[in-house]
Design a protein around this ligand. Sequence first.
Ligand code: FAD
Length: 482
Amino acid sequence: MNSTKAPSANPLTLKERMKVPRQPMLEQAPKLRVMNFTEVNLGYSQELAKQEALRCLECAKATCVENCPVGVKVKDFVKLIVEGKFLEAAAKIREDNVLPAITGRVCPQEDHCEGACLLHKKVEPLGVGYLERFVADYEQRAGAPIAPNAAATGKKVAIVGSGPAGLSAAGDLIQRGHRVRVFEALHEIGGVLVYGIPEFRLPKEVIRQQIDKMREMGVEFETNVVIGKTVSIDELFEEEGYHAVFIATGAGLPVFLSIPGEHLNGVYSANEFLTRINLMHAYEFPKYDEPIMELRGKHVAVIGGGNTALDAIRSARRLGAENAYLIYRRSEKEMPARAEEVKHAKQEGIEFRMLTNPVEFIDGGSGWLKGMRCVQMELGEPDASGRRRPIAIRGSEFEVPLEVAIIATGTSANPLIQSTTPGLKINKKGYIEANQDTQRTSREGVFAGGDIVTGGATVILAMGAGRRAAKSIHEYLTTGEW
Ligand code: FAD
């Protein structure tokens, strides 16, 4: 059979495409945005989106697609943007990604699609994230209808946890005709998307809209249900008649530094600090009574170098912190945070204190923090993470005066489900063991994925696990084979 390549609607030659500069995202000015919690990025206009889409080289071997954990057909959806077919572009993304308005905003594109973009060898990569966000927002405004699900199979699937892994699996399973119910321990749906990532990066309204779409598709949600306490996994099978369970409970347990003074007033975990801001509405001060320490005029430090650390320090800035420090024991090159967040944080006046490690929180009397003793670090040989290992420089200790310190150096697994589900294998670190391709666990009918399997990772990796789980749950439910 002859395979004919569809002609490109792009009028530019490859050389001309390389000369078009990457179209910048409109954004709130730094001076203004440090005084509010509204979104920093303002999105593309139709013209900017089309202009950016023209830069796509339409490579025969689409490395951007190969490097996307959920396999979004980047080349195809970008081509539809060039043709002005924005709703078709959105539908194309939805074939692989149920949360495009979210991934368009928070996915670390530089590690996936944009990192693999061939343009990047010579010039800036295609703005895939910006384009994904544009079509998702366009689709939302247009109120486009959702695609119908497959015929009902009569099978019931319980999903534990409503973060990106759970939502992604729920979207795929409902489309395959299964009945899907998502159980969430908190009173809001969305996992880290809603309790961790602040409004200025991912507006709550965007999450709500995506979840409403899933409700329209038929996904049922039940909040305030702690699986392992309210009801066990065994009871979901035996008493509630579920045929499969997907555990997507994330890794939300804060890890502390285990240094003196960690108990002092003024020392927070990033998890608590951000939950108070996001779920308890400190970001809407003064509409809500601020459920957080007064930060105006204070010296605040966040310890860590990931997205959580940046979200915490940028939030502190918006709540009035006069001096806002990011304390990280490696150098900026090793920081795992998204590149765009690093750029934005610097524009907002966050002071980066790299190669610095806290060794003690200092009591100012009556149990309140007054400062942090730190040590200067240097980088040695790469460690197990592949990044150069930080080593303390002897005799380099110094103090930083502070009223608030926020620890954002990582999280671990909440052990509740593991300890209440007999036969479920866990690894030494307390994460659930699951097959990397099928997400199957050691218990028949039980699947697991996202941060509860990998440890803290990213939204798109959690969504990828959700997709793989949905595929293999479908196989299990239709063949009965384990
Ligand atoms: P989660 O999102 O953690 O969701 C798990 C859900 O399960 C939670 O809602 C929890 O309440 C619920 N749950 C737990 N136990 C139970 C139980 N027993 N019963 C019922 N429900 C339960 N990644 C990016 O790609 N880009 C970013 O910009 C980014 N920024 C981040 C910022 C912050 C502040 C944080 C903390 C993380 C960030 N990440 C980012 C990482 C990303 O959010 C996570 O990797 C991702 O959310 C993991 O998804 P998940 O579905 O596995 O778990």
